[in-house]
Design a binder for this molecule. Structure first.
Ligand code: NAP
Ligand code: HSE
Length: 445
C-alpha cells in the first residue's frame, strides 16, 4: 500500500480541521481505497499554543521551510495564508519535486501564473480545490465534470463570512459588527476580515474561477470589486418588496467581445435558488453551452468543510501515485486537472476585460428626494432621456415630520455608462437629499 506523508503548515481553523479529518478517516481510506495517508509533520507560528486537534504523533517544526525539506514529508499542505512566505514555501516544494496542496486563494490569484509555470516546468502538481467556495468541489466540477462545455457564465456566493453577515442582519436583525464578530469566532473570516467584507476574498476566488472556466489569465487586478459595508438594511427591505434578495455575488461572464469580472452586492429574484442560500453556505452557478445551468451548493468556510476539499486534493495525488509508479512527484502535471489548461500550452485567451462602464445589467436605485410636486416626473424623464426603461417604481411614505421620501426604481437591462449618466443628472437636481444608492440586479438566466 502506498504511504503518503503530509506536512501541514498552519494549525489554525483549516490546519486543525485537516489534522482531525485525517485522524478520523484514515482507516476508511485504507480500507476503501488502499491509500495510507498520515500527517507526520506540522508547523505554526507559535508551537506552544493549544490547538483544536491532537498533535501527539506529529513532529512539530518551527521553520515552515524546514518542514518542506523534511524527509518525513511527501506532500506539502500550505494552510497558513498570506502571499509572501506562502509563495516561498510553494516555490521550495516545487524545487524539491514535492506536490503542494493549498487553500490559499490570495496566493493563487496573485502569484498563480508564476507558480504554475514553475510547477509545469518541474512537473510538480499544485492543487487548490479548497481555495474557492470551501467544501464545494467547484474546481473539479469546472475542470472535469463540465470539461466538454464552453462556459459562458460563473456566478455565485463565494464568501461565507459576507453571506453569514447579510443573513444574520436580515433574519435576526443583528448589527453588522456583531455578525462579523461571530463569523470570526467561528473561524470563517480571513486573518484580515476586510478581505471578506470589502469583497477582496471573493475577487481572489473569482479570478481563479474565471481563469479555470474561460481559459483567461488570472486577472485579480481587473476585477471590479465592491464589498457589503455600504449596504443599508432599508435597501434589503425595499428589495424584498420588489421580490428580490440582496446577495454578495462574484460574477464572471464571457461574451464574444470580452469578459465581465465583478464582485458586488446584487439583487437576485426570489425565485432563484441562489436567493435562498444563507448563512455560511456558498453556491456557484455555472452555465455551460451543452449542460445549461448547474448549481453547486455547500459550506463555503469552516474547519472541516474546508479540510474536506484540502484532503480530497491529497487523496487525488495519492491515487495518481498509486496508478503510476508510486512516486508522488513523478506523474505528469497534465494529469492534474486543477492547473488551468492555458498554463500548460500557452493557450490563455487574450479576450479584453471590460471596464464597469461597459457592464450590461439591470439596476436598483434608491433616490432620496424632497417631496415636491413634479419631482417624480423629473426622475422618470432623466431615464427616458437616456433610453433606459423602468421595470418598477415605488415612492415610500415620508417619516413623521420629514419632508423627504425614498423613491425606489428598478430599470430594465442597460449599459452602465448610460445609467451613470442618469445618476449624474439626478444627483444635480436641487431636490436630491442624499447620495443615490445604486445596486446591480442580475436575473442569472
Ligand atoms: P488561521 O486560523 O489564521 O490559521 C493560520 C495558521 O497559520 C495558524 O496556525 C498560524 O500559526 C499559522 N501561521 C501564520 N503565519 C505563519 C508563519 N509565518 N509561519 C508558520 N505558521 C504560520 O487561518 P485559516 O482560517 O485556517 O486559513 C488558512 C488558509 O486557508 C488561508 O489561506 C485562508 O484563506 C484559507 N481558507 C480558510 C478557510 C476558512 O474557513 N477559515 C476556508 C477556505 C480557505 P499560529 O496559530 O501559531 O498563529
Ligand atoms: N474567509 C473565507 C470566507 C473563507 O468567509 O468565505 C473561505 O474561503
Amino acid at each position: 500500500m502506498n504511504k503518503v506523508r503530509l506536512g501541514i503548515i498552519g494549525l489554525g481553523t483549516v490546519g486543525a480541521g485537516a489534522v482531525n479529518l485525517v485522524a478520523r478517516n484514515q482507516t476508511d481510506w485504507k480500507q476503501r481505497r488502499g491509500l495510507d495517508v498520515s500527517v507526520t509533520c506540522a508547523s505554526a507560528r507559535d508551537l506552544s499554543k493549544p490547538r483544536d486537534c491532537d498533535l501527539s504523533d506529529i513532529t512539530l517544526i518551527e521553520d515552515p521551510l524546514a518542514l518542506v525539506e523534511s524527509d518525513q514529508v511527501d506532500i506539502v499542505v500550505e494552510l497558513m495564508g498570506g502571499d509572501d512566505l506562502a509563495k516561498r514555501i510553494v516555490e521550495r516544494a516545487i524545487e524539491l519535486g514535492k506536490p503542494v496542496v493549498t487553500a490559499n486563494k490570495a496566493l493563487i490569484a496573485l502569484h498563480g501564473e508564476q507558480l504554475f509555470k514553475c510547477a509545469v516546468a518541474g512537473n510538480v502538481p499544485v492543487k487548490f480545490e479548497a481555495a474557492v467556495a470551501g467544501g464545494i468541489p467547484i474546481i473539479k466540477a469546472i475542470s472535469e465534470g463540465l470539461a466538454s462545455n464552453q462556459i459562458k457564465m460563473v456566478a455565485g456566493i463565494i464568501n461565507g463570512t459576507g453571506n453569514f453577515i447579510l443573513s444574520q442582519m436580515k433574519e435576526k436583525n443583528r448589527s453588522f459588527k456583531d455578525a462579523l464578530q461571530e463569523a470570526q469566532d467561528l473561524g470563517y473570516a480571513e486573518a484580515d476580515p476586510t478581505f471578506d467584507v470589502e469583497g477582496i476574498d471573493a475577487a481572489h476566488k473569482l479570478a481563479i474561477l474565471a481563469s479555470m472556466a474561460f481559459g483567461i489569465p488570472l486577472r485579480f487586478d481587473r476585477i471590479y470589486t465592491e464589498g457589503i459595508t455600504a449596504l443599508q438594511s432599508a435597501d434589503i427591505g425595499y428589495a424584498k418588496e420588489f421580490g428580490y434578495r440582496i446577495k454578495h455575488l462574484g460574477i464572471a461572464k464571457k461574451m464574444h467581445d470580452g469578459v465581465e469580472l465583478r464582485v458586488h452586492p446584487t439583487l437576485v429574484p426570489q425565485k432563484r435558488l441562489l436567493a435562498h442560500v444563507n448563512g455560511v453556505m456558498n453556491a456557484v452557478l455555472v452555465k455551460g453551452d451543452a449542460v445549461g445551468n448547474t448549481l453547486h451548493y455547500g459550506a463555503g468556510a469552516g474547519a472541516e468543510p474546508t479540510a474536506s476539499a484540502v484532503i480530497a486534493d491529497v487523496l487525488d495525488l495519492a491515487r495518481d501515485a498509486q496508478m503510476t509508479d508510486g512516486h508522488l512527484g513523478s506523474h505528469p502535471v497534465w494529469n492534474v486537472p486543477s492547473v488551468p489548461l492555458g498554463f500548460l500550452n500557452d493557450g490563455l485567451s487574450d479576450l479584453p476585460i471590460k471596464g464597469s462602464d461597459e457592464f450590461v445589467s439591470a439596476y436598483y436605485l434608491r433616490v432620496d428626494v424632497r417631496d415636491e410636486v413634479g419631482v417624480m416626473s423629473k426622475l422618470t424623464t432623466a431615464f427616458a432621456n437616456h433610453g433606459i426603461s423602468l421595470e418598477g417604481i415605488k415612492q415610500k411614505e415620508p417619516n413623521e415630520g420629514e419632508d423627504g421620501v425614498s423613491v425606489i426604481l428598478i430599470t430594465q437591462r442597460c449599459v452602465e455608462k448610460d445609467l451613470n449618466a442618469v445618476v449624474g443628472e439626478l444627483s444635480a437636481l436641487p431636490q436630491i437629499q442624499k447620495e443615490i444608492m445604486k445596486i446591480r440586479v442580475e436575473y442569472l438566466d
